[in-house]
Design a protein around this ligand. Structure first.
Ligand SMILES: *Cc1c(COP(=O)(O)O)cnc(C)c1O
Length: 432
């Protein structure tokens, strides 16, 4: 595998961009190599600057549910570009997208469009605090909610494999309002709720944890969060930046039948453009400026190009409900092949899969919370990652990320992927 051009671009990037990348998860440090620079992509294939093509299971970390350069989405974005890229004034597209989001997501009476998941979560938390008049929030260990100060506490994703688990530069005075509970552990939430009675503004959760690998909620966990937040008068916020429009058109809340008070969306809803959203109950969202006293603004929010790509993406998903079954089955086949291969060869591996999200944890123990996820052998993951890459399969360069399946992953492509898995050798699994 020749990666000369990528190596050269990375060496130059290191001189001008911190760590050579614009988001830490793009670095390949955790898998012991330098990142590949991508030239272009089509469907499920991405091609690097040296001309190597791979089957892509990162899908831009979630947005690419329809595959890269989807013709209708691309066309919608290009058309919008020609009509002017930003006006700083309202457009009909914002209304259309807002209506689509509110129609699809059970908890959304009203919605505000923003530019990134980070911004959306940060704003949702502010609205919840404004609504309750309380300061504390509860989040879960290993759940990631973007990089705003107050949420970089026991975060997942890139923060799990970088040198510092959290971040310097975050004042203690801000962090003190962020309480951390254990995902899938009801008792840990109960204790905090009792201890801080009357002070908790919100409980913020990834309904399926997908930034510590993939860890689905156990039976009863989400209904428990629903009832305890009601009991203590706290706002329940689902961070559906990954699960929204991925587990189904109505996201995790539709899939599990649990309706939060507020929901955060991102990734898929921008169709590959920077776009995110937060919304929920009318009485909470009516507090957001200029309707109410919770300030939040954005020069490029509801950008016409981004909304055009988002609307077209949602239209495609809505017109093809069968897509969800298709990508779910594809993910299931990959998960089964990983399990079978590991079992036949007596390699330690635990695979979680739900819908089109999956993760192969390099451990033999069941992974049901942060602690068990964290027991994975990251060195074995690095060897597995490199072997898959050499076999033409591009995975996330970290144990603690999801594998994303898109509509463009046809049964033939999935079978090709499974063949690479079946040929994996012992060194990809054991602690050598
Ligand atoms: C990606 C992600 C975010 C942050 O979104 P950005 O657009 O990267 O700021 C927030 N929450 C979850 C669950 C995510 O996966």
């Amino acid at each position: 595998m020749n990666t000369e051009q990528s190596e050269q671009l990375f060496a130059q990037s290191l001189k001008k961009i911190p760590g050579g990348v614009n988001s830490p998860v793009r670095a390949f440090r955790a898998v012991g190599r330098n990142p590949l620079f991508i030239k272009n992509a089509k469907g499920c294939q991405i091609t690097d600057v040296d001309g190597n093509s791979y089957i892509d299971y990162v899908c831009s970390w979630g947005p690419g549910i329809l595959g890269h350069a989807h013709p209708a989405v691309t066309e919608a974005a290009v058309r919008a570009c020609r009509e002017g890229m930003t006006f700083g004034a309202p457009t009909e597209k914002e209304l259309i997208l807002a209506e689509m989001l509110c129609e699809a997501v059970p908890s959304m009476d009203k919605v505000r469009l923003v530019n990134s998941g980070t911004e959306a979560v940060m704003s949702a938390v502010r609205a919840a605090r404004g609504y309750t008049g309380r300061d504390y929030i509860i989040k879960f260990q290993g759940n990631y909610h973007g990089h705003s100060d107050g949420l970089l506490v026991r975060a997942g994703s890139g923060a799990l494999t970088t040198a510092a688990p959290d971040s310097s530069g975050v004042p203690e005075g801000i962090i003190k309002y962020t309480l951390v509970a254990d995902y899938n552990r009801e008792e840990s939430v109960k204790e905090l709720m009792e201890q801080y009675e009357g002070k908790i503004a919100a409980v913020l959760v990834e309904p399926v944890a997908a930034n510590m690998g993939v860890v689905p909620p156990e039976d009863g966990f989400l209904p428990f969060l629903r009832s305890i937040t009601e009991q203590y008068g706290a706002v329940l916020i689902f961070d559906e930046v990954i699960t929204g429009f991925r587990l189904g058109y109505g996201g995790a809340q539709e899939y599990f039948g649990v309706t939060p008070d507020m929901t955060v969306l991102g990734k898929i809803i921008g169709g590959g453009m920077p776009l995110a959203a937060y919304g929920g109950k009318k009485e909470i969202m009516d507090l957001v400026s200029p309707a109410g006293s919770v300030y939040q603004a954005g020069t490029l929010s509801g950008n016409p190009v981004a909304t055009a790509a988002g609307i077209e993406t949602l239209k495609q998903l809505k017109a093809h409900p069968e897509y969800y079954q298709q990508i779910g089955e594809a993910a299931e086949k990959i998960a089964e092949t990983l399990r079978q291969t590991a079992k036949e060869k007596k390699y330690p591996l635990w695979v979680n899969q739900i819908g089109s999200l999956l993760c192969a944890f390099h451990t033999e123990n069941p992974v049901r919370d942060f602690e068990s996820a964290f027991r994975s052998d990251t060195k074995a993951y690095a060897r597995y990652f490199n072997r898959m890459l050499e076999g033409g399969v591009y995975l996330a360069p970290s144990q603690f990320e999801a594998m994303f399946v898109s509509v463009a992953h046809t049964p033939e492509i999935v079978e090709q992927t499974c063949q690479v898995i079946r040929e994996l050798k012992e060194e990809c699994f054991t602690n050598a």
